[in-house]
Design a protein around this ligand. Structure first.
Ligand code: IPE
Ligand code: IPE
Ligand code: MG
Length: 263
């Protein structure tokens, strides 16, 4: 009994099949997460393990993202949020930061056509104004070109920090109060939700973190209130369709209670 309960609560599961067909047969298509959030971590370790520069890992990580984005669209998951660059990642050496910024521009240019064709509305969440001009141009282009997409919403978190997201929301709300458009008593969870970068989207049902890290690292703090966490040792550049499907199967084995009791 106790063993079963512990197994159900594991953040990751070792006994899952490793082939796509079996995993798909285990999935209940009517209970897929509406929103999946992924922290694309482990690119550096992946490269270092191979004696390669970290930049090679970041490039391989961009390929993993492409694979997972199109799988989400194929499965009918409504929203995918992918953490690409945090407000804390500016602390890295400037060569790495520059490489990541250039990689984003390159990714946007290379992927925009396929994203558009597949109906993937791509948005960048984060403090976009703090990005270099050429990155901001790529953000605008990507958002504009894909805005008609209805199959999947892809949130790319770039210069994203959840605390800054909350700061921005508080500032906007304070401005509305000051302008007499909103009474302080009217501020509730819904009002805060509509001032976040994810306004109008459901909260993530599932959050995946590769590279065996158990941290939140300032990602979607408000929105993760009742999200299920899945953690895998697989490094992001190695993370593929099978790994994503395993996370979905694990998610479907969880019992979500939202503070209530399930009868
Ligand atoms: C994630 O991989 C990519 C970014 C944070 C931009 P890392 O670069 O953090 O890889 P590790 O954690 O050092 O392995
Ligand atoms: C989180 O990974 C940010 C992104 C994946 C973009 P980090 O590698 O920056 O996180 P920490 O430093 O290990 O918490
Ligand atoms: Mg990392």
């Amino acid at each position: 009994m106790l063993k079963g309960a512990v197994n159900r609560r594991r953040a990751t599961e070792k006994d899952l099949p490793r082939d796509e067909k079996t995993l798909r047969s285990l999935l209940d298509p009517s209970r897929l997460p509406r929103h999946v959030a992924v922290i694309m971590d482990g690119n550096g370790r992946w490269a270092v393990k191979r004696g390669l520069p970290r930049s090679v890992g970041h490039r391989a990580g961009a390929d993993s993202l492409r694979e997972i984005v199109h799988l989400c669209a194929e499965l009918g998951i409504g929203v995918l949020s992918a953490y690409a660059f945090s407000t804390e990642n500016w602390r890295r050496p400037s060569e790495e930061v520059n490489f990541l910024m250039n990689l984003f521009v390159e990714y946007a240019g290379r992927e925009v056509g396929e994203l558009k064709r597949n109906g993937i509305r791509t948005r960048v969440i984060g403090r976009v104004d703090g990005l270099p001009p050429e990155v901001l141009d790529a953000v605008r282009m990507l958002e504009e070109e894909t805005r008609e997409g209805t199959r999947l919403v892809l949130n790319l978190a770039v210069n994203y920090g959840a605390r800054w997201e909350i700061v921005d929301a508080v500032r906007a709300i304070a401005g509305e109060v000051q302008a007499g458009k909103l009474e302080p008593e009217e501020i509730d969870e819904a009002v805060i939700g509509t001032h976040l970068y994810t306004a109008g989207l459901p909260d993530p049902d599932l959050r995946i973190r590769p590279a065996a890290e158990f941290r939140v690292s300032n990602f979607l703090l408000w929105q993760l209130a009742y999200t299920e966490f899945y953690i895998t040792p697989v490094l992001w550049p190695d993370f593929g369709r099978v790994d994503f499907l395993q996370a979905l199967v694990s998610y479907q084995r969880r019992e979500r209670r939202f503070g209530g009791v399930n009868r």
